[in-house]
Structures are given as structure tokens and as C-alpha cells.
Design a protein around this ligand. Structure first.
Ligand code: ZN
Length: 125
């Protein structure tokens, strides 16, 4: 029986794996396996760093507004200053009447989109 062609999983290599004993083999060599593993870990790390950086910027902006006692502001204004909705924590909900209102919490500050106007950010006191 002919063996299926296997390609090294290292994206920088992608050579055909000519000899393999186990069908589970994914890389042509140990160095390819190590290289790819290292690259993947670095990328995951970069995602985590970008997320925590982004969240820090978001928090700073929200806190600045709260400290100035400006509790409603256009989302687009926030975004112009570097606010990025990509870096929000998982949403929480509170019940207002019969409606579930979504909000976010970073550290001590709770905020969300204004339920009356979703182009605005509202900061809760
Ligand atoms: Zn390889």
C-alpha cells in the first residue's frame, strides 16, 4: 500500500516528509517541530500582550472621562482617541425593568453602550 504524502507542518518549511514511521508524524525534523512550536507560542503571547495593552488604553480613556464627570460621549470620539472595541472584556448584564442591559467592567469602572443611543458610550457611576 502506498503511503499518503505528508507535508511538514512548519509553514516556513513545508517540505515533503519522505520517511516516517508513524502516521502521526507532522514535521520533517525536530528542528522544524521546535521552530514551529516556538513561533506559535510567540504569536499567542503577542495576542495576549496586544489585548492587555488595548484594554489599558480603553480603561485610561474611560477613566479620564469619568474623572471629568462626562458620563455620556460619542463612541466615535473615543475611537478617535484610540479606544478599541476589540479589546473589551466579556460583557456583563444587568436587569433594568424587563430588559437585560449589557455593560462592561474594567477594574473599578462600569460602562457600556447607551441603551437609548448605541452610538454613545455611557459610564455608570
Ligand atoms: Zn520541515
Amino acid at each position: 500500500m502506498k503511503r499518503p504524502i505528508k507535508i511538514c507542518k512548519n509553514p516556513d518549511c513545508q517540505d515533503e516528509i519522505l520517511e516516517y514511521k508513524s502516521s502521526k508524524r507532522e514535521y520533517c525534523s525536530d528542528s522544524c517541530r521546535n521552530q514551529h512550536g516556538h513561533k506559535r507560542r510567540t504569536e499567542e503571547n503577542a495576542d495576549t500582550i496586544a489585548y492587555s495593552k488595548g484594554q489599558k488604553v480603553n480603561y485610561k480613556l474611560i477613566k479620564f472621562y469619568k474623572d471629568c464627570n462626562i458620563l455620556i460621549e460619542e463612541l466615535s470620539k473615543f475611537e478617535k482617541m484610540g479606544f478599541n472595541t476589540k479589546y473589551l472584556p466579556p460583557p456583563k448584564f444587568y436587569l433594568k425593568g424587563t430588559k437585560n442591559i449589557q455593560y462592561y467592567q474594567i477594574k473599578d469602572i462600569q460602562f457600556g453602550l447607551n441603551p437609548q443611543n448605541t452610538n454613545q458610550i455611557i459610564i455608570y457611576k
